[in-house]
Design a protein around this ligand. Structure first.
Ligand code: SF4
Length: 169
């Protein structure tokens, strides 16, 4: 196969891959210490009333089959390793959405003896959805942010966390 044809095939495959990814985002949900308020809102987002499945989004039981990790709550000391392990088990390319004020900054749990950090101290976060708890419309808006970036062939700017860098090293 000559070089031009090879490049053409690569471009076609890349477009098909992006199209497939955009239309079938599978998500895994991880509660790293939430009060369950944010988790209820995620469930509400999945009901027929808000119908997030119209974007091809489906909740998955296994991180090995998921594209997006939805994290709620501050990261407790007990949950830190489990969050990191769940993230590691996801195939590339993978994305993280941090849902609720607690996952972004610790929120009302900030300073508690059992709370270690916010989500982006442990895994790289692509989209932040603030609120206590964020409404389903806000969750949908965050998902659309991610889809918009993927449509443009980019990903939201996210920095590698020290924990993930240590694993990669
Ligand atoms: S942001 Fe609010 S609803 Fe969500 S886990 Fe924290 S306290 Fe609960």
């Amino acid at each position: 196969m000559n070089l031009k044809k090879e490049q053409l095939w690569k471009q076609v495959f890349s477009k098909v891959r992006t199209w497939a990814r955009l239309n079938s985002i599978w998500a895994v949900h991880f509660n790293s210490g939430s009060c369950n308020g944010c988790d209820i809102e995620i469930l509400a987002t999945l009901t027929p009333h808000y119908d997030v499945e119209r974007f091809g989004i489906k909740l998955q039981g296994s991180p090995r089959h998921a594209d997006v990790l939805l994290v709620t709550g501050p990261v407790t000391r007990q949950a830190r390793e489990r969050l990191l392990r769940t993230y590691q088990q996801m195939p590339e390319p993978k994305f993280v959405i941090s849902i609720g004020s607690c996952s972004i900054s610790g929120g009302v749990f900030d300073g508690c003896y059992n709370v270690g950090s916010s989500v982006d101290d442990v895994v790289p976060v692509d989209v932040y959805i603030p609120g206590c708890p964020p409404r389903p419309e806000a969750v949908i808006d965050g998902i659309i942010q991610l889809i918009t970036h993927l449509q443009g062939g980019t990903r939201p700017p996210a920095k590698l966390t020290q924990a993930v860098e240590e694993i990669a090293a």
